[in-house]
Structures are given as C-alpha cells and as structure tokens.
Write a protein that binds this ligand. Structure first.
Ligand code: SF4
Ligand code: SF4
Ligand code: FES
Length: 648
C-alpha cells in the first residue's frame, strides 16, 4: 500500500488511489470540477492542481489523475498550486454569464463555491463572451449552456454510466457543446441525474425552478417509495410543498444516482386531490369524530356478524411500523389481518422472504460483479430501473446477460446493456453459480420455479410489488396474515378496514368498506363510510424493507398540511375582508389541512377507541432493534434479526 505525505499528514491508501482521493481520506478537499467518484477520470478542468515537493513525481500535477505512490510529498497549499488553481477558475469564468442571482443553481453550485473559495472576485477580461443556443430537453430539465465549464461530467454520466445515446458533446476548441444531437426530450430514464452531476447551472430541475433557494428548503433523509429498490433521496420542501427530489448517496443501494421516476414523479404529494380532512359518510368531519364513527362501524359490524367477517387490510406501501400496528389492531378486534389483496403478489413476496437469506440474496455489488445474469419474468425498467445500471456495469466488465422468455408485455424502455434472448432458464449457462445472479420480477412464482432458482446456485434478486412489500410479507408470516382475495372468495369476509391498501375493482365490489385511511384517493376512499387521511413519506418517519431484505429508515421532511402555494384565500385573508396578497396575513394556531397522521398513529388511535392499549412505539419485540437505525447510514439487512424460516 503506497505511503505518502499530504500537507504534512502521513497517508496510506490502497494501490490505484488517486492523490485527490488520498487527500479526501484524511479530510483534505482539493478543489475539483470534473472529478466525480462514480465516473471515469477525465482530467478536463485542471482545477485539482497540487504541488509535488518530493518523491517519484515532482512539480504541479493534476491530483485526480495522479495515482498515489510511495514517498510522495504533496502540498495542496503551495503558492504555485494556489496560483494555478486561481488562474484555472479565472479562465473557466471568462465566458460564464455571471448570472448567479438569477440562476436556480445559486447556493448549491460547485462552481460558485470554488470560485469564491479560490478568491476570484474581480473580472479582468473585457472581451465578448462566447454564447450558445439552449435546447428544449423535455419537461424535466432546463438547459442553460452558457454556464458550462466543459468538465465533461454530463456526457460521461449520460453515455458511459447510463448508456444513453441521444445526448453528447459536439464542437471543438472554444465552442464545445453539451446537448442533444437534435432538440427534444432526453430519452434516458436516468437523465434527471444531469441536474445533480453538473457542477454548475447548465442543467436545472425544471419542475421546481425559481421556487426557493437551497437554504429555504426543509429536507431530511428519505427512501424512494416508487419501487422496491429503495433508493436514497433527499426531498426538498418549501412551505409544505415538495419542490425537488435529489439523489442521496448510499453505496449499498443506489450509489450516487436515482431514476427519473424517483426524481420527477412527485406531484401526487402536493396535489389538491389528496385527502386532507377526515370524512364521515362523504362529508368533512373532525378527526376525533371520524375515529369514533369508524370505531362504532367496526363494533356494530362485529356485533352483527362476528369479528371473523371483518379483515384489516394493509399493503406493501404501508411502512413497517404500519404493518406491525395493523396486526395489533386486528388482534384487539379479533379479526384477520391481510397485507396482500391478491394471490399472485402475495405468493411472490412470501416466496421471496422464505427463500432469501444472507448468502443468496444478491446485493447491488453482486449484480455489478456478476459474470452471468438472467432477467426472468420482469420488466426491469418498470420494476427496479436502478438495477439496470448495475447490470450495465457487469455487462461492460464482460458479464453475459440473458433475458429469459423475451420482453414482457407492456415493456416500454430499452435496456441500457447488451443481452441475449433465451427461451428458458435452463439455457442460461450458470457455471458453478458463484458469480451468477437471477433477477425476477414481482408477481406469482411457481414453487417448482423457485426451487430451480434456489438450486441453480445463483444469487437472487426478487423485486417486490411495493416499497415495503418485503417487510409486509415478513410481518404477514410473523402475525399469520392471510390473502384478502382467498378470504373473500371463501365467503368469510364481508367487510374491510383498509390502511394504505389497494383493492382491485372485483374485490372492492364484494366487500363493504367500513373505514379507510390513505393519502391518496381511489375506489376504496370513495366507498369508505369513514375516511381518515394519512401522511405520505415526506411527512412521516418510518421504515421500509427493500427487495434484498435491507431495512432503511426515512424521516419526516415537512409538516403535514396543505402547501402554501395555491392555498384557498379563506386561510390567509382576514375574517372580514379577503386579501389576495402574499400569505399569511392572519396567524392561526393550526396548519390548514393538517389533519393527516402517519398510518400507524391512526391505527393506534383507533385501537384506543376500541378499548385497546396505547401504542407509543410501533417497533417492538424482534423489530425493536430497528429503532436506532441511522437514516443516513446504509441500512441493515434483516437476516440476522428476523429469520423467515423461524417466522413461518
Ligand atoms: S454541461 Fe455541466 S456537466 Fe456538462 S460539461 Fe458543462 S459544466 Fe460540465
Ligand atoms: S429505481 Fe425505484 S426506488 Fe430507485 S429511484 Fe427509481 S423508482 Fe425510486
Ligand atoms: S478535477 Fe482534476 S482535472 Fe478536473
């Protein structure tokens, strides 16, 4: 391992580590633009200059592309290095429009930070600036090419990392252009990462432009709830509105990036269609009265039909906390609990938790390092898009990739890697299996097929039909949950109480909905006698377990309640006179629409109404160990904690 000295600090790093990374390992940040830990080295910007005072290499060098070697003595603060870096900043700023006050990147811009840190404050160049035409790049990303510093991060990400083909670099010398080859929406389902990766304001998130500055946002560590990969994100809220979502690094789950669905699909959280107030018989009511009404409906039903005719229903989008308290609520009433409405997803998720263990459940790194990968019964871009980048990495390193049985019906997007089509899994040449991975989709899997998967020796990825479907299946095993469709078809269940559940129309038709708690509207909320609004993941603390059995915590990043933008004037005008100016003009001691609660809290309140014990902490028993899970950590795989074999 090379030993070197950086700014008088002795450092020892693995072979192949760059001087820039060696400095980072001891807390020294060398200014940089083109360097990014996830991308190949370009050494394009020249900002990372340091001076080598002694050892095998001497003089001014680019630290991002210089491997650390034994005996090197590096200075990051030598006057020659400082001068070089300040000149680099000055030339990078020659053509920059100096439009920070009107740039949406202002306040979170690497170029701004290093320009100020490098002491460049006076402009000496008086010539004409080079300018470009911007392009329309779709509804997600705004393009402002004049801000470009030619670091090549965007093109390295888009083409090399994500496999996109419609965006690149053209031109030469002083007129290098980063954009699409013809104007139009970016085609890659990972294009939104350009916003995060560009060190200046060339690409900004069009969906949240000019709404707030970085320091205005409320944010907290979150976990994407769109699929079972569970990518880490940082939602940025302003005045109770989710403005932007950016990727949050977790090397065990999503690395540095997220897919466009996780980034841009957010309007459902802000929209006026969300239930914000309790409803009793379709009319708005108070939370306490709605709870009482729900409890009365449940008690009456149980008196007339017995509790066995009523099911408490959750789903894979309910947090782990919700799943656990739901079982308690059902126990208090003496009714069955169900986490899966239909048989196919239930079979798939239960099979996954029974089959997977610490050894055979593939991690993202197992996919990246696999030599043979089979895609089986899934639409990867729909069910777990970020995993396609891991498959791409393996494929670029020489792995063979097979898609078994051809494209799934409805499969829309191109996979960003080469693959061969085969008819059956038997045709996939797993040799020894130690470096083989099978990726399956959510949905039903026959026992024979599952045993084949297990016996092939390959590691498994079994994507799930919800962000916490894995957790729901574990709790279902532990608390003896049943599949709702089985109970209804057997004639046992006549009514349901649902928490963030989704029932298909045929099932909905066959049951009475005594009460429903949800953050979105649908057939269930329409049919429910009592509706209790719940908070979404941005307004909740919770835990979800992803496809590989990794438990991750997410934290509340904004209070519940209606966004200030678009708020009905009745909330901010005076009692006597409507004032259509900037809210709020009248201070009130409540948040409009703030009646939503986390689903588990609604369950706990309902349980109290029904004569149960108070619930102060939902993660109890075996699950109690997850209470201290660091939301900014990598999460934990639950196999040491909970054994599905023991639960079942
Ligand atoms: S557009 Fe941004 S990421 Fe791309 S080269 Fe220019 S500054 Fe770098
Ligand atoms: S892959 Fe899934 S979890 Fe990750 S960002 Fe996309 S939708 Fe969200
Ligand atoms: S960061 Fe080293 S040359 Fe750009």
């Amino acid at each position: 391992m090379p030993k070197l000295i950086i700014d008088d600090i002795p450092v020892e790093v693995p072979p192949g580590t760059s001087v820039l990374e060696a400095a980072r390992s001891v807390g020294i940040t060398i200014p940089h633009f083109c360097y990014h830990p996830a991308l190949a080295i370009a050494a394009a910007c020249r900002l990372c200059a340091v001076k080598l005072l002694d050892g095998p290499v001497k003089g001014i060098q680019m630290s991002c592309s210089l491997p650390a070697q034994d005996g090197m003595v590096v200075s990051t603060t030598d006057p020659e290095a400082l001068k070089m870096r300040s000149l680099v900043i000055e030339w990078l700023m020659l053509n920059h429009p100096h439009d920070c006050p009107v740039c949406d990147e202002g306040g979170e811009c690497l170029l701004q930070d290093f320009t100020i840190a490098g002491g460049h404050s006076r402009r000496r160049y008086v010539g004409k600036k080079r300018t470009f035409q911007n392009q329309y790049l779709g509804e997600g990303i705004h393009h402002e090419m004049n801000r470009c510093i030619e670091c090549y991060r965007c093109v390295r990400f888009y083409q090399e990392y994500a496999g996109g083909t419609d965006f690149g670099v053209t031109g030469s010398a002083g007129r290098v252009y980063f954009g699409r080859f013809a104007e139009g929406a970016l085609e890659s389902p990972f294009s939104g990462n350009l916003v995060d990766i560009c060190p200046t304001g060339v690409f900004t998130d069009k969906t949240g432009r000019f709404r707030a500055r970085y320091w205005d946002y409320e944010f907290a560590p979150a976990v994407c709830q769109h699929c079972s990969v569970g990518c880490n994100t940082s939602p940025q809220n302003f005045q109770r509105e989710l403005i932007k979502i950016v990727a949050r690094r977790n090397d065990q789950v999503n690395g540095w990036f997220i897919c466009d669905r996780g980034r841009f699909d957010k309007e459902y959280l802000n929209g006026p269609q969300r239930p914000r107030y309790p409803e009793i018989g379709g009319a708005p009511g108070e939370y306490r009265l709605a709870l009482e009404a729900a409890a009365n409906r449940i008690s009456e039903f149980c008196l007339q039909n017995g509790p066995a005719g009523l099911a408490f229903v959750g789903s894979g989008r309910l947090s782990l906390e919700g799943c656990l308290v739901l079982a308690e609520l059902a126990r208090v009433v003496g009714a069955p609990v169900s986490y899966f409405a239909e048989a196919a997803p239930a079979q798939g998720s239960l099979a996954a938790v029974r089959l997977l263990n610490e050894q055979n459940a593939a991690r993202i790194h197992d996919i990246e390092k696999a030599e043979c990968i089979a895609l089986f019964e899934l639409d990867l871009m729909e069910e777990g898009a970020m995993l396609s980048l891991a498959v791409r990495k393996a494929s670029l390193a020489g792995a063979q990739v097979f898609r078994v049985g051809g494209a799934r019906e409805g499969e829309k997007r191109q996979l960003p890697f080469r693959y061969q089509e085969v008819a059956t899994l038997d045709e996939v040449p797993f040799e020894g299996g130690s470096k083989g991975v099978v990726i399956c989709g959510a949905g039903g899997k026959s026992p024979e097929l599952l045993s084949y998967l297990a016996s092939s020796g390959a590691r498994l990825v079994m994507l799930q039909p919800g962000p916490n479907a894995f957790g729901a299946a574990l709790v279902s095993l532990e608390r003896k949950g049943a599949t709702l469709s089985d109970l209804v078809e057997s004639g046992q269940i006549k009514a349901v109480v649902c928490f963030e559940a989704d029932l298909p129309p045929w099932l909905l038709e066959r049951v009475e909905v005594l009460a429903c708690a949800d953050w979105k509207r649908g057939g269930l909320t329409e049919k429910a006698s009592v509706l209790l609004p719940t908070t979404t993941w941005v307004e909740s603390n919770g835990t979800s377990i992803n496809y590989e059995g990794r438990a991750q915590r997410f934290l509340r990043s904004r209070p519940a309640g209606l966004p200030l933008k678009g708020l009905d004037p009745k909330y901010y005008s005076s009692e006597t006179e409507a004032v259509a100016l900037h809210p709020p003009h009248v201070h009130r001691n409540y948040i409009p629409g703030g009646a939503e609660r986390e689903a588990w809290r609604v369950m706990a309140d309902l349980m109290l109404e029904l004569g149960g014990e108070p619930v102060n902490e939902p993660l109890t028993g075996t699950w109690g160990k997850l209470r201290d899970l660091d939301p900014e950590g990598e999460g934990v795989r639950i196999y040491d904690l909970v054994s599905a074999q023991e639960l079942s």
